[in-house]
Design a protein around this ligand. Sequence first.
Ligand SMILES: [Zn+2]
Length: 356
Amino acid sequence: MSLPTIDQDYFVEFLVKLLNVTSPTGFAEPAIAFVERELSQFSQLKLSRTRKGALVAKWDPSAGSGQRVESDLPPVALTAHVDTLGAVVKEIKKNGRLRLSRIGGIQWPTVETEGVWVFTSKGERIRGSVLIDNASGHIFGQAGTDTPRNDEHMEVRLDARTISRNETRALGINIGDCVAFDPRVEVTNGFIRSRFLDDKACVANLVAAIKSMTDAGLSPARTVYFHISNYEEVGHGAAAGIPSDVAELICVDMAVVGKGQESDEFSVTLCIKDGGGVYHEGLNKKLRALAEKYGIPYKPDVYVFYGSDGEAFWRSGGDVALALIGPGIDASHNYERAHMDGLNATTNWIMAYLLD
Ligand SMILES: [Zn+2]
């Protein structure tokens, strides 16, 4: 038995568009709404929102299709998050520039000179860029290089005429306004390079699995909830919003690629253990058997500085078998990169799981 074909052009187009929707944690509504619009084309899905703002898509294979589900297996869920690292305005400096407070711990050197949008509470957006506060090489020379990149020294220079706190305030900017870093998406030679592939790549995996199965006229073997989370980067995204009758939860989130890691950009990873502990052995075994059955290239791996939305659900009292899978992402929480081979392997594993 083979899996449905994945429409590659559709996958890339959807992912690139999603990457270009700004969605720092706490300000992820535009990305939630974007995914909601996309999923609304699949009439078999029942869409809803949690009070926290996450998107839930329920696919009950027996509803509306005339098709009877033979087993009375309990429902399962898959989750991926659309929220990303970002920042808010912490302080408007005397020179009119902005000091930021980071969301989700983005590391300053990875965004030095990056373009940003500042979203005012009145609904306008103002362009700018992130710089060290002694940026000019002609003035500061070596001192500019030696200055630590931290909350104290990094600032936003606005592309607007302001050299004072009052002028910046007059632009409509205020404390707490959302600041989004440019994703800088580029697709080359099967690679997708962008910020925030964590975890928009995996949201695209879920959407592509739904589309591929729908196009092939296939339904999941049991009721499935797709939970698109909006607070993962601060540690509690899926802590709420997974229905209590769900027996298994697959968290789909990026795999760590780099020195000492087994994961790579051309495979999907089964995370056995991360900073939050060990995943469910029984569900892992089931996933491994499916990967072998369908010839899906997967790697087991152990992550160090990593916690998942599935663990957030476990910690909040969720009683499910839990596994974590995802495509290998190079340079995570930095300028990330994925390859279509790893992305396709992830979509295929999701479909194998849903059809089993
Ligand atoms: Zn993630």
